[in-house]
Design a protein around this ligand. Structure first.
Ligand SMILES: Nc1nc2c(ncn2[C@@H]2O[C@H](COP(=O)(O)OP(=O)(O)OP(=O)(O)O)[C@@H](O)[C@H]2O)c(=O)[nH]1
Ligand SMILES: [Zn+2]
Length: 407
């Protein structure tokens, strides 16, 4: 290092506080060690070359030529200051102060949330994390599968979760038992695959409509997946599919498949490529069976439906994230009985039935709710089969429920 430069960095060194100096000398010692190891390696590889080439200079001559002036620890400290800069050093110190007794922070994604801990996927590994104290104090809603988080290791090796990044997208609903509490089914998902069965349990379009609204609200692209098509013949299928035409007409992707026979699974897989998706729907529709078919290594537990009612037995009881080839990520969720809508204003509901928009422009009243008003162009479109009656009835039913809940 030139004299003038050396003087400059010596002055910078004087400006550092004790912690910063300590950090600087630690870096310097590490660098010196690394350089010594490097020199040893070079020497070793030089020796082996000498063994193979007899016409090389002898070793001592070579080493003499390569000799550089010996550096003491202060020189190494100045070298660190020169190469890394005083700013980086100060930031590192601040970062370490924030972390206190913990290791550096790691980034990961929640795979499963358990009562006292969470499973986090980070750099190709599954890490069990406990919730850090400052995290429990600042976190307003619960953690959800798909959340992106930061964690670090405490001195005893325990992984501790510190913070969660704001969610980009989510599927959520009100807690069915505690009013006013939001339950996030999945966070940061690109797609919501609404899994319904053509039979056993019976197809319920109103549930599909509710999920479609939740997906739109949460910024998630919906895909309608009709499973168990092996259970009905072509004629019956056509009749059932008539109901689903309304979804195709509003531009939704509808995939028919069978986890049992494998039919349509390629199409389903295609629509999941390079995305993080969540499987949602009633219990027993075959969400876990589909997951197992797409990813045999998942080996998730499935359960039979009731013989008489055809209803599911709520086999999956915890949401879990699975990684499948082709950069496909799937969150399997427990089946639900009812799906409520979180934070939905009754006046806004109509905007989530986008096929109404075109006709609503001609309603007599600009704030028409399309329920009882005279001159409602949406109701007329339903009468004329231009809007699906099933979808309209869904709208009325959902409106009634959320109006009751919000009054
Ligand atoms: N015939 C037929 N049966 C299926 C198909 N897919 C799933 N099943 C059966 O349906 C039952 C329920 O399947 P699961 O995969 O456990 O359903 P689930 O939606 O994950 O249920 P929950 O975990 O309770 O939400 C099981 O007996 C499956 O074998 C299918 O495509 N055809
Ligand atoms: Zn109207």
């Amino acid at each position: 290092m030139k004299k003038s430069k050396r003087k400059f960095f010596q002055q910078q060194l004087k400006k550092l506080n004790e912690t910063e100096k300590k950090q600087l000398y630690k870096r310097a010692a590490n660098l010196r060690k690394a350089s010594q190891v490097d020199a040893m390696k070079r020497k070793h590889s030089f020796r082996s070359r000498i063994d193979h080439r007899s016409n090389w200079d002898n070793e001592s001559n070579f080493e003499k030529k390569k000799k550089t002036p010996k550096m003491d620890i202060d020189d190494w400290a100045l070298k660190v200051l020169e190469e890394e800069g005083i700013q980086t050093l100060r930031e590192t110190c601040r970062h370490r102060e924030d972390l206190g007794e913990y290791s550096e922070k790691y980034y990961g994604m929640i795979e499963e949330v358990m009562p006292a801990e969470s499973l986090v996927y980070s750099e190709g590994r599954d890490v069990k994390c406990i919730i850090g104290p400052e995290f429990s104090m600042t976190q307003k809603s619960d953690l959800a599968v798909g959340d992106n988080v930061y964690f670090s290791y405490a001195k005893d090796g325990t992984a501790v979760l510190h913070s969660v990044e704001p969610r980009k997208t989510c599927i959520s609903r009100p807690d069915p038992t505690k009013a006013g509490i939001e339950r996030v089914t999945a966070a940061n998902v690109d797609k919501a695959v609404i899994v319904a069965a053509i039979k056993r349990p019976e197809l319920r379009p109103s549930l599909i409509d509710r999920y479609l609204i939740a997906a739109q609200k949460g910024g998630v692209e919906p895909v309608v997946c009709i499973n168990k098509i092996d259970l009905i013949n072509e004629y019956a299928k056509e009749k059932e599919m008539e109901v689903l035409k309304a979804y195709q007409e509003i531009g939704l992707k509808v995939v028919e498949c069978s986890a049992a026979s494998g039919l349509g699974l390629d199409k389903l897989k295609e629509s999941l490529a390079s995305a993080r998706s969540v499987f949602v729907g009633h219990s027993g529709t075959g969400k876990t069976s589909l997951l197992n078919r797409l990813c045999p290594c998942a080996e998730a537990q499935t359960g039979s439906v009731h013989n008489g009612t055809g209803l599911g037995r709520h086999t999956t009881n915890n949401s879990k994230l699975y990684h499948i080839e082709n950069n496909i990520w799937i969150i399997d969720t427990p089946g639900i009985r009812e799906f409520g809508l979180w934070n939905m204003n009754p006046d806004d509901l109509k905007w989530y039935f986008e096929e109404f928009d075109y006709f609503a422009e001609n309603c007599r009243y600009s704030d028409c709710s399309h329920t009882h008003e005279p001159g409602c162009a949406v109701k007329q479109a339903v009468e004329e089969n231009q809007i699906s009656r099933t979808r309209y009835q869904s709208y009325l039913r959902i409106l009634e429920t959320i109006s009751k809940n919000s009054s």
